[in-house]
Design a protein around this ligand. Structure first.
Ligand SMILES: [Cu+2]
Length: 562
């Protein structure tokens, strides 16, 4: 760190010494880095600071973190702080063309990450094209000094599950969008960068967690993969899920979990079995007709006194198409809802929105050959609108009242009503391509009903909202019906930022729109988001001076030509 930077840190510390929490400073350099994961795929990928996974951020609840992001890569990138609400400050949120334009090659953006209520595990990742495949890392948020975890453990370890691609992920998605066909599948899953011993050429790089008999370990599991949901378990050991997406859960004891891309889970495991070696396995949940990577990856949970010759035991995990085991895990999740960590579920809904979530097709343009289904192009939509990126960021246009960047006409209910999860063979699969935002009044109590449809290749969609966590008050199979409202959990529903919408099912979320700004909402399966399964919420300013979006930073990356 140079003297100038040090001086800057001192200034910041003085400026913020009266604010709650500490101020922390990190330097992130995005750069091309040679990383070998599998033989034959030795390649150069984009990383932060040369690391895969990238550097961890460690903070306490309520801290403010400054990250100076410098891009030395060949094209523009952005970084998103996944699950951080960024109260009134969407300027650092990161999704390209939503809140900012990419940080250009050889330029920097000093991003401010404002922690408030978040406590537990979150993560950061690139939010441009598919660069998040290798640009991601953990954000570990401990309780403030003087308060404690609502559970006991001896050691904590970060467990990042990622997907490895055989070639440049920007090339993969650029080519797929041009042809309309399926993007390449990943060729391996990795645990903390290690593919493990189910792949050739990788036996010497298995993730090993050495444990001591009787001790309890807190695993901070982050699903940084792009396109596949995963089951996870450890042979002969039960696990206890105690947190998710930066909030605490009631302890849930189980022998497996299901985690979607975008989610984090804090899990306790006690080394209470016979000393030995036990596989910890991630295996995909791929309940769809779409092509998928069905490999598994495994690490070893290894007692310090293990017998070297022993072959590790394998956990029994649900099969890759086992929708009921995936759902049975998810519906058991409950907020801790204690005196220290109370649930505050909105109960006076002032805005009710229903959104269909579909995989679609677009006709192939004239004079072009397309490689999507039946010669068409893959597409995806929310309320039959396939999101199209504007040329300048929506936040920039909104804040500066620039017209013709987006429309404020995202509908509150599906434009077509049909038997969403039934036989849809007679329903056209074409969606409207447009840049639509949903305008929401400040402090509205919002309910969103996500309704999956059977169009295209139906599957579980991990829906992610920026700027908020939300309560998941209901979830089920088939078409939503008002008769389910009486079964909502308004007491201790999980408080998360990413929720799996079951294949051909529905999910209901609630949140209070108390964070003004421009907030992206999208499926966290990257191929679906790239195909347009995305939309933007604009939460308007309140009347009080205190309830308005803060001014932009001086070095905010705007777009050329604006
Ligand atoms: Cu999806």
């Amino acid at each position: 760190m140079g003297t100038e930077v040090l001086g800057f840190v001192v200034t910041l510390t003085l400026l913020f010494c009266m604010a709650q929490g500490e101020v922390r400073y990190y330097d992130y350099v995005v750069k091309e880095t040679p990383i070998q994961v599998l033989c034959g795929t030795n390649q150069t990928v984009l990383t932060v600071n040369g690391m895969f996974p990238g550097p961890e951020i460690h903070a306490h609840k309520g801290d403010t973190i400054w990250v100076n992001v410098t891009n030395t890569g060949p094209y523009g990138v952005t970084i998103h702080w996944h699950g951080v609400r960024q109260i009134k400050y969407p300027w650092s949120d990161g999704p390209e063309y939503i809140t900012q334009c990419p940080i250009a090659t050889n330029s920097s953006f000093l991003q401010k990450i404002i922690l408030t209520e978040e406590e537990g595990t979150l993560w950061w990742h690139a939010h441009s094209d598919w660069t998040r495949a290798t640009i991601h890392g953990a954000i570990i948020i401990s309780p403030v000094n003087g308060t404690s975890y609502p559970y006991k453990f001896d050691e904590q370890h970060t467990v990042v599950i990622s997907e490895w691609y055989a070639r440049d992920t920007k090339d993969i998605i650029d080519e797929a969008l041009a042809s309309g066909g399926d993007p390449d599948l990943s060729v391996a899953f990795t645990i903390n960068g290690h593919p493990g011993d189910t792949y050739s050429c990788s036996d010497d790089s298995i993730y090993n967690l050495t444990v001591v008999q009787g001790k309890t370990y807190l695993l901070k599991i982050i699903h940084a993969g792009l396109n596949e949901e995963m089951f996870f378990g450890i042979a002969e050991h039960n696990i206890t899920v105690v947190g998710m997406d930066g909030a605490y859960l009631k302890p849930l004891n189980t022998n497996y979990l299901m985690i979607t891309p975008g989610q984090t889970m804090d899990v306790l495991v006690t080394a209470n079995q016979t000393s030995g070696r036990y596989y910890m396995v991630f295996s995909p949940f791929t309940d769809t007709n779409a092509p998928s990577n069905n490999n598994v990856t495994r690490g070893i949970f290894q007692y310090s006194s293990y017998n070297q010759s022993e072959t590790p035991a394998l956990p029994e995990l649900p099969g890759s198409t086992n929708k009921s085991d995936a759902g049975n895990f998810t519906i058991q999740l409950r907020s801790l809802n204690s005196a220290e960590h109370p649930s505050t579920v909105p109960t006076s809904i002032t805005r009710n929105v229903t959104i269909t979530v579909s995989v679609n097709q677009q006709p192939c343009p004239a004079n072009q050959t397309c490689t999507g289904p039946d010669g068409s192009m893959h597409s995806a939509s929310l309320n039959n609108i396939s999101f199209s990126n504007p040329s300048i960021s929506i936040l920039q246009a909104y804040y500066n009242n620039i017209n013709d960047t987006y429309n404020k006409t995202f509908p509150d209910s599906p434009p077509f009503v049909f038997d969403f999860t039934g036989n849809v063979s007679a329903i056209g699969e074409v969606a409207n391509v447009s840049t639509e935002v949903l305008m929401i009044d400040h402090n509205d109590e919002v309910e969103i009903i996500f309704q999956g449809t059977n169009l295209g290749a139906a599957e579980n969609h991990p829906m992610h909202l920026h700027g908020y966590s939300f309560y998941v008050v209901g979830m089920g199979d088939g078409n939503f019906s008002d008769s389910y409202i009486s079964d909502y959990n308004l007491v201790d529903p999980p408080y998360v930022n990413t929720v799996g919408l079951p294949k051909n099912g529905w999910t209901v979320i609630r949140f209070k729109a108390d964070n003004p700004g421009v907030w992206f909402m999208h499926c966290h399966l990257e191929r679906h988001a790239s195909w347009g399964m995305a939309m933007v919420l604009v939460v308007k300013n309140g009347v009080n001076e205190d309830d308005r979006v803060l001014p932009p930073p001086d070095d905010f990356p705007t777009c050329s030509g604006s």
